[in-house]
Design a protein around this ligand. Sequence first.
Ligand SMILES: *[C@@H]1O[C@H](CO)[C@@H](O)[C@H](O)[C@H]1NC(C)=O
Ligand SMILES: *[C@@H]1O[C@H](CO)[C@@H](O)[C@H](O)[C@H]1NC(C)=O
Ligand SMILES: *[C@@H]1O[C@H](CO)[C@@H](O)[C@H](O)[C@H]1NC(C)=O
Ligand SMILES: *[C@@H]1O[C@H](CO)[C@@H](O)[C@H](O)[C@H]1NC(C)=O
Ligand SMILES: *[C@@H]1O[C@H](CO)[C@@H](O)[C@H](O)[C@H]1NC(C)=O
Length: 677
Amino acid sequence: MVAPRVLLVGLITGLTVTKPAAAERGTLDVRASDPCAAIANQTWAAPADVRACFSSFPVNGTIKENYAYRVFVHLQIIEVVNKTLAFHTSVSYEKRAPEPFTADVHEDVLADLARIRGQTYANEFDLHVDLSRTLKRLNDGHCVYINQCFDSLFLTFLPTPLVLLTDATGKQSVHIAPAAFTVATAEFKDEVSFWQNALPGALKGQLASLAGARVLAINGQDPFVAVNANAQVAGSFQGLGTRQNGFFSSYNTGATGWTYIMGNFAQQSLPLVDSVTLTIQRVNSSTTDTITLPYRSRIASTAIPWTDAQSFHENNCVAIPGTNGEDLYAAPERRRGLPTNPANKFRQAPVPEVTSASKREPLDVMLDTAPLQDVVLPPGLTPQNPLVGSTGVAQFFMLKDKKTGVLALGSFSAGSLDTLNTALLTGLQNLKKQGATKLIVDVSNNGGGFICTAHWLHRIIAGPKATTEPNAGLDTEARAGPLAQLIVKQIIAGADPDVLLLYNPLNFWRFANNTPFPADFNWLDPPVSVVVNGIHDAFSQRLGDECEPYSTNPPPEALFDTKKVAIVTMAKEEGAKTVVYGGKSDVQQQYCGTVGGQSTDFSEIDTEVKTTHLKNNTLAPPDFLTNSVQGITWRLGFGIQDPSQPEEWQNHPADVNLPLTASTYATDIFFHTCPLT
Ligand SMILES: *[C@@H]1O[C@H](CO)[C@@H](O)[C@H](O)[C@H]1NC(C)=O
Ligand SMILES: *[C@@H]1O[C@H](CO)[C@@H](O)[C@H](O)[C@H]1NC(C)=O
Ligand SMILES: *[C@@H]1O[C@H](CO)[C@@H](O)[C@H](O)[C@H]1NC(C)=O
Ligand SMILES: *[C@@H]1O[C@H](CO)[C@@H](O)[C@H](O)[C@H]1NC(C)=O
Ligand SMILES: *[C@@H]1O[C@H](CO)[C@@H](O)[C@H](O)[C@H]1NC(C)=O
């Protein structure tokens, strides 16, 4: 698709010489007339200034061709998103999820897309916010729409992340995180003075004294008004409790060390809010203070520098290599040098950069509008003395009782499947050797990863039994829309001799009894008709395990008695305990945020479409012209308690909601979400 890009450059050039528009506004100031020039080469900016740049691309421009182009882009985005949703398993389910999630997930995304298509927007940014939030209302951690022109091009911060703490009487209240000042000074070295100077009166320069303060009001209202408002737009998780918890700060074992998670109050992917007014009671103070803190937007290291609106748009807002898929047989030598997938940046687990069209490990990874951050967890909060064998996302500890081992697992990926699986086995065997009879698996903020690592971990802990052999995971189904059916048909007819495509029957997939599909097996024919929320939908037949045999033999015996294990992946089947920490005490906590089954994104689907020569089919999504990413759930896991229905919207009540106190905050290790089962 070279032509549209040429068109784009031509028309954007048209846009930036829109002198009449500037004149109409009566502005002569060059900076004001080009709000993107005003924030060029700045590390930090006021959110309002970033918003002014983002909002300077009118959908309905005054130049005729420009107007036509904008409308074209608008419609094209909607068309790609709409047609890609035909591959997302959950569209019909998410129109109205069953209990206990009916109140949480009730988004008719196709109707909303029709609304957005018909609506006019003052500028591209307004369109983006509406579209992004519409998909977020699915509360599906895989099905997300991102435009790198806007999402996290700047991250917008406050130096005061919040936590929900419980006092000695059991009363919960919102606090500025005790570690806030330490984190802010380390992470925002170059900007802390701005906030110091923004503090009023005697508090000027006293940011450190805010750490640990009780927050009595946010913008004059009970703090949970703000918590719940965020839960309405945060997306990612079905359960209200999990979305509330995302407002607060937390931590994760990242590939390069322990990471502090700021939470949605203190870190936002769009520059929509300028400031917040907090009524606080500082530690040891009997009086309250009301302060207004400005948010500040920091440029992402991945943003391509610009000098004005034109170069801002050209550099950051148009499709890049990898945005769209490729015909893998068009130029076989290209297969070894494919662009990295832009979706990877937004995946919530470190995934290997696959740049050749070799067989990929199936992944189930959360996608969000903000990339994983590397804010360092202050040393005082970092668990000490990891045992030998700890590596990256997998850290092992022994608690003081010398009987309880801890595996902190920040994601189910990083490195390769084999190295991670081996590290897990060795680390757990080592814990056992040192006397551990109980095990805590901390998967806090685990964003998912290799499906087969989750299966492997379940199998090695629980040993061989009916729940782990031959399938330690869930049976799954894929959606069988008309275009997906055509893709499989083309593959059976010979379109993918090297077995590179997701839909190839030889690419992992098996019958429900775990025997592999034959090469010529059309596994979407006939589709299984299902009526969901009154909608006739179609899915594949039930798929069995794709992980066994593992490349290394698992031990013949269980490593731990699962009754003495607190681990999410086995909670339902194995009687292990599920623990969530720091949740609001009167809200049922879910130990599992998003289940999924297997996730993918538009570019991968587009590769399937192009490789099977179906791009000019009317059902095929066109290419994105914008710097966009769309994630989807490609396979959906069936339930454990009700195997006839998806696990996704079945109840996952946590056994324990462990309160965080001022002294245990971020030092105890427990887990709270499970993207994988
Ligand atoms: C879009 O632009 C055209 C031409 O300038 C104008 O007639 C029309 O009213 C505009 N529509 C909106 C919604 O601003
Ligand atoms: C989405 O695609 C379907 C099927 O092609 C079509 O009927 C519908 O009108 C499309 N919706 C939008 C908003 O384009
Ligand atoms: C609060 O008072 C206690 C008891 O006097 C003291 O130990 C603590 O350091 C004080 N904390 C702060 C932040 O001033
Ligand atoms: C931004 O920085 C680049 C490289 O240092 C420089 O070429 C450019 O002129 C700068 N632009 C502005 C607006 O300062
Ligand atoms: C798709 O395009 C190809 C070549 O561009 C053409 O040969 C083919 O007939 C087209 N198929 C359909 C269904 O339009």
